[in-house]
Design a protein around this ligand. Structure first.
Ligand code: UDX
Ligand code: ADP
Length: 505
């Protein structure tokens, strides 16, 4: 019989490490799971009621494993999920260590713009090599270029002081999508474990498989070689990104012809060989993975002199940039090619619904283009903090411009008030279902994310905030406590620069 894993350490308490370990801990009450991070504030947040990331269902799962459970159906259950900044201690006492640190695209140096930055992975690996005094299974969870497992083996071989300690390196990429992380983790399509093929490595892979087998059917746990595992993760993301770039390129054709992209997507998606998922036309895909992983594949292809292959995948990213630009262009054209001092409401800033994550969000790019046209953008997002929105825009605009041209609101109604256009950039359910004023709602009844330009009812001359214009606001908010309580709130920065009548049609 194999020795079961009793203690897990996860380095990196982010979007991958946090949710994954919470589920592992819930499903394996006999395993101690400690998630560590360099970032004290992040760890403190994981220990509190205000988790550092927003993810539906996450809080319940974390509280269940993190806090002592007494009574209830489960009876007494001691906690087995811990968060700490004492990285060395957690490494030392673990049998199995996940590396779930960030691997952003390199900004400088060789491969800048396409290669992944492995500095954080290497730092974590070195730490493990330095402080370990017993055998460890080291599991690479962050998406990394192919060959990283082999690189890690070299690092361990050169850094480890104690040659009696054995490090077994596995690749176990995470396939969860943000916003559905808990669902994805609870019923994954597959778990992929890559290892070397000697018996010690295979044994380590089986021990990791046992951790997942606590809730995942065995036939969904695939054990493969490390290269296959690493490439499969990149391949899956690249093929998904490719579908979105394909549908977005078709939506450009729809717009200049009589075709309707929703009808085309349905007709195409109903072909069982193609399938209906990941075919929503959008302003362009965002998130921390797609662009980064496609570029990572481009870099791998280039490094093996496979130029045509590299070019093929690079076009997926190019089409995505084109999609974002085209989206902004449509807004500008619909408003008579001038946005000067017009107020444009932007509903949604996160790269997709049900997350507060804004990495690579199309909203950043689209808003940037509108600001460059002298528009005043009024942003509302239910989960993204105002300082995040400003910091997303800061690299592209000076602070003066941002202060003048951007206001951030705590409720969608105020953001839309007096706007020339309402642009939905994240498909939050509340934009579909919360009884927005009917002209807005009419444009929002579909699932697809695309530019939706809607004229907002004109403010009557007597209509100050709270009287005639807000009659629709009041009416629609009666069924919506949150918006009602927010009604009185003013924007976080008052959009003084917008003349009250500009931009109304
Ligand atoms: C993705 C992969 O789905 C996941 O398996 C991998 O582990 C990480 O990368 P994520 O980026 O969290 O997950 O979200 P996903 O739902 O895939 O969406 C990515 C982007 O594509 C979002 O901006 C989304 O709005 C966009 N998208 C998605 C579309 O534009 N159209 C679609 O049909 C689906
Ligand atoms: P992902 O989306 O891949 O989970 P995140 O950026 O959300 O990425 O999380 C990665 C986390 O890893 C960050 O909180 C970061 O502080 C942490 N991290 C990076 N390097 C190290 C390290 N050497 N030791 C501990 N934590 C690290």
């Amino acid at each position: 019989a194999r020795e079961p894993v009793r203690s897990i350490c996860c380095i990196g308490a982010g979007y991958v490490g946090g949710p994954t370990c919470a589920i592992i801990a819930c499903q394996n009450p006999n395993i101690q799971v400690t998630v560590v991070d360099l970032d004290q504030a992040r760890i403190d947040a994981w220990k509190s009621d205000h988790l550092p990331i927003f993810e539906p269902g996450l809080r319940d799962v974390v509280q269940f494993a993190r806090d002592e459970q007494s009574g209830g159906r489960e009876g007494f259950r001691p906690p087995n999920l811990f968060f700490s900044t004492d990285i060395d201690c957690a490494i030392a006492s673990a049998d199995l260590i996940f590396i779930a640190v960030n691997t952003p695209t390199k900004l400088v140096g060789q491969g800048a713009g396409s290669a992944s930055d492995l500095a954080y992975v290497e730092a974590a690996a070195r730490r493990i090599a330095e402080v370990s005094t017993s055998d460890k299974i080291v599991v690479q969870k962050s998406t990394v270029p192919c060959g990283t497992a082999q690189t890690l083996r070299h690092i361990f071989a050169s850094v480890a002081q104690n040659t009696d300690v054995n490090f077994e390196i596995l690749s176990n990429p995470e396939f969860l999508a943000e916003g559905t992380a808990i669902r994805d983790l609870l019923s994954p399509d597959r778990i992929l474990i890559g290892s070397n093929t000697d018996s010690r490595a295979l044994q380590a892979a089986e021990r990791l498989a046992d951790v997942y087998a606590a809730w995942v059917p065995r036939e969904r746990i695939l054990t493969v070689n490390c290269w296959s595992s690493e490439l499969s993760k990149l391949a899956a993301n690249c093929m998904l990104a490719q579908r979105i770039s394909s549908i977005n390129s078709l939506s450009a054709i729809c717009e200049v012809t009589g075709a309707n992209i929703d009808q085309v997507a349905q007709a195409v998606g109903q072909d069982t060989r193609i399938g209906s998922k990941m075919l929503r036309a959008s302003a362009g895909f965002g998130g921390s993975c797609f662009k980064k992983d496609v570029l990572c594949l481009v870099h791998i292809a280039e490094s093996y002199n496979l130029h045509e292959v590299a070019l093929y995948w690079r076009r997926i990213v190019d089409i995505n940039e084109y999609s974002k630009a085209r989206f902004a262009k449509r807004i500008i054209q619909s408003l008579h090619n001038t946005l000067d001092r017009k107020k444009i409401a932007i509903l949604g800033w996160a790269y997709k619904k049900d997350t507060g994550d804004t990495r690579e969000s199309a909203a950043i790019n689209v808003a940037g283009q509108l600001i460059a046209e002298n528009a005043h953008v009024a942003v509302y997002d239910p989960e993204v903090r105002p300082d995040q929105i400003i910091s997303d825009l800061t690299p592209h605009h000076n602070t003066d411009t941002l202060a003048k041209r951007v206001s951030i609101y705590k409720n969608p109604y105020s953001a839309c008030e007096g706007a020339s256009a309402v642009v939905i950039l994240t498909e939050w359910d509340e934009f579909k279902t919360d009884g927005l004023p009917s002209p807005v709602a009419n444009g929002l009844d579909k699932e697809v994310l695309e530019v939706r330009l809607v004229s907002i009812p004109r403010r009557t001359s007597e209509g100050s905030r709270g009287s005639s214009e807000s009659s629709w606001v009041k009416h629609d908010c009666s069924s919506n406590e949150r918006s009602a309580e927010n009604l009185a709130e003013s924007p976080i920065s008052e959009p003084e620069t917008i003349p009250p009548r500009l931009g109304k049609k």
